[in-house]
Design a protein around this ligand. Structure first.
Ligand code: PGA
Length: 245
């Protein structure tokens, strides 16, 4: 993170947490005193509860949203309704959505447009698989995901999360050099090829971020925060991410 940039600590709770665990998390973090942005994305069923009980500084997001506001889309989450209940942001294109639910670039582009139209912040997730890394295709994959998924978008409400798929939930974090190379590439790619502002668009790193490694990751001038799964579930760990950032 370079001087003056904001830092984002975003918890992606995936399909975890009981109501009791959420109560305990929210009680414990109410005293958190951090200069960083504190965001969490609970599973959809728990968004309303989090919105009701959260301390003022905490922003609540969705892990996904639909490409339309309403209609015959059984099981989907309307971006308009998310905004209406007070949701601040949505993840789009998390690798689990891409790989397990077959979400491709065109759909992700449409979802991003709709979310932005509804004034939600979007954390657009990109990242290569281990196979792609080993085949030397990291830059190719990242540039395709960016130029297809975010195309002509020019908005201050977009954040990008670089999450190498092989680092997600595996305990293996990208080395500082690997993260640094990817983040530099992304910022430069945005500068040369896209309408987003390459200087002000936050680029978060995700993939086995923990309180123990967040400081080193953030010492990189192109890393503006962490998208954190496992280590964001417990309040003490989430608080330590903030303290160590
Ligand atoms: P992890 O997940 O921190 O558990 O690796 C990150 C993510 O999937 O966003």
């Amino acid at each position: 993170m370079s001087g003056g940039r904001d830092v984002y600590i975003v918890g992606n709770w995936k399909m975890n947490q009981s109501l009791e665990e959420i109560d305990s998390f929210l009680n414990q973090i109410s005293t958190l005193n951090s200069n960083n942005h504190a965001w969490i994305a609970p599973q959809a069923l728990h968004i309303s509860k989090c919105l009701e009980k959260k301390p003022g500084f905490l922003k609540v997001g969705s892990q996904n949203c639909a490409h339309e506001d309403s209609g015959a889309f059984t099981g989907e989450l309307s971006p308009k309704s998310l905004k209406e209940i007070g949701v601040h942001f949505t993840l789009i294109g998390h690798s689990e959505r891409r790989s397990l639910y077959g979400e491709g670039d065109d759909l992700l582009y449409k979802k991003t447009l709709k979310a932005l139209e509804n004034n939600l912040y979007v954390i657009f997730c990109i990242g290569e698989t281990l196979e792609e890394r080993e085949a030397g295709k990291v830059e190719e994959v990242l540039s395709e995901q960016l130029s297809n998924g975010l195309r002509d978008i020019n908005s201050k409400n977009v954040l990008i999360a670089y999450e190498p798929v092989w680092a997600i939930g595996t305990g293996v974090t990208a080395s500082p050099e690997q993260a640094s190379d990817a983040h530099k590439f992304i910022r430069n790619f945005i500068k040369e090829n896209m309408k987003l502002d390459s200087q002000t668009t936050p680029i978060l790193y995700g993939g086995s971020v923990k309180p123990e490694n967040i400081k080193e990751l953030l010492s990189n001038e192109d890393i503006d925060g962490g998208l954190v799964g496992g280590a964001s579930l417990k309040a003490d760990s989430y608080i330590n991410l903030h303290k160590n950032a």
